[in-house]
Design a protein around this ligand. Structure first.
Ligand code: UFG
Length: 347
């Protein structure tokens, strides 16, 4: 029988791509989202790509009654939990809102899953838990550093909550097994240009800012800092294609549902293992899309780490997952999506 996966936050950037890959891998997917940071664009895109008449569930995961109802109405085998606020700066300004939303929604999912015989929880964590690493690339054993924002703190706290729950429920009817995926920098869009990132207001992240500058929505990209101790003075990151990232979830869910986990709570870095500087990324974007980007160097942005990239060996060997898309393919897809949003024909 087909297994059913609940994707909380399934209408968002990562959730929509994961939904597509799960459906294409043969899973039934229950998509639920409170639409607080997205509209129906991506959900409609998912339906078009997959040709499935998916049902949308308008659910706020902070509403325990609604979460319980979702679990009562669907026989859920695994949950992939994305539903959370994700803006670092906003979390500094509104910590209570972040802690309340990101913790409560996850606690509700855990409680409802455990109470309804769903044993498998995958949590979307972040490389932010490593802070400014002592050594790069980082492995899953690299120490977590104190979080520098309430957002980062909620990721660490949810990791701990899942680890504790896995320990506490072992052997019980409500047993929970967990996988924590620590994403590096997810970028790009589906090659169909039917789903992608939809930042509200001025984008915080690099690639949406680049594509919005290229299309003329923003005047000029500021590259934050060119005096870092790196080869070209700009920060180094591990940019992971969104479709590759989505496929990592399919591998992880398969591992859980097929009983292949080696520990009750596993952690995997999801990155390429390839560092790229901000300037290299900008140059690659210009080259592959054959355009000139208006950019300037600006002061460093508070809170940015100099360099971080993944050692993805564990995910490669244990999950059999590996990033395959090139940065050129990814940046081409990101540009195609921006043009699609701007209403260009035949992108
Ligand atoms: N950058 C610019 N100009 C911009 C935006 C970003 O130069 O307009 C630079 C940043 O300084 C950084 C790099 O591009 O060097 C990447 O920045 P992003 O904002 O795209 O990504 P971050 O590495 O800051 O963000 C990642 C994750 C977040 C997480 C954060 C925690 O994507 O989810 O790390 O620090 F919260």
């Amino acid at each position: 029988m087909k297994k059913t996966v609940l994707v909380s936050g399934g209408a968002g950037f990562i959730g929509s791509h994961v939904t597509v890959e799960l459906i294409e891998a043969g899973y039934d997917v229950v998509v639920a989202d409170n639409m607080s940071n997205c509209d129906k664009t991506c959900f409609e895109g998912v339906k078009k790509i997959t040709g499935k008449d998916l049902k949308f569930n308008l659910v706020d995961f902070c509403d325990m009654e609604a979460v319980n109802k979702l679990f009562s109405e669907n026989r859920i085998d695994a949950v992939i939990h994305f539903a959370a606020f994700k803006a670092v700066g906003e979390s500094v300004a509104k910590p209570v809102m972040y802690y309340k939303n990101n913790l409560e929604s996850f606690l509700n999912v855990l409680e409802a899953a455990s109470g309804h015989g769903c044993h498998n929880i995958l949590f979307s964590s972040s490389a932010t838990v490593y802070g400014e690493p002592d050594a790069v690339p980082v492995t899953e054993k690299s120490p977590r550093k104190p979080a520098t924002s309430p957002y980062g703190n909620t990721k660490q706290m949810c990791e701990d909550i899942l680890q504790d729950t896995v320990k506490a429920t072992k052997g019980s009817d409500g047993e929970i097994k967990g996988i924590l995926l620590r994403y590096f920098n997810p970028i790009g869009a589906h090659p169909s240009a039917l789903i992608g990132e939809l930042p509200r207001g001025v984008p915080n992240n690099l690639v949406p800012f680049i594509t919005q500058t290229a299309i003329g929505k923003r005047e000029c990209l500021s590259i934050f800092g060119n005096d870092y101790p790196t080869p070209d003075g700009t920060c180094l990151r591990d940019y992971i294609d969104i479709v590759d990232l989505a496929k990592a979830h399919v591998s992880a869910v398969g591992r859980m549902l097929e009983g292949k986990m080696k520990e009750d709570c596993e952690v995997f870095n999801i990155g390429t293992g390839r560092p790229l500087s901000v300037l290299e990324l900008v140059n690659a974007f210009e080259k592959v899309n054959n355009l000139k980007l208006n950019y300037k160097f600006a002061p460093r942005r508070a809170g940015d780490v100099t360099a971080i990239w993944a050692d993805p060996t564990l995910a490669n060997t244990e999950m059999g997952w590996k990033a395959t898309r090139t940065i050129e393919e990814t940046l081409e897809a990101a540009w195609k999506w921006e043009k699609h949003l701007a209403g260009y024909e035949n992108v």
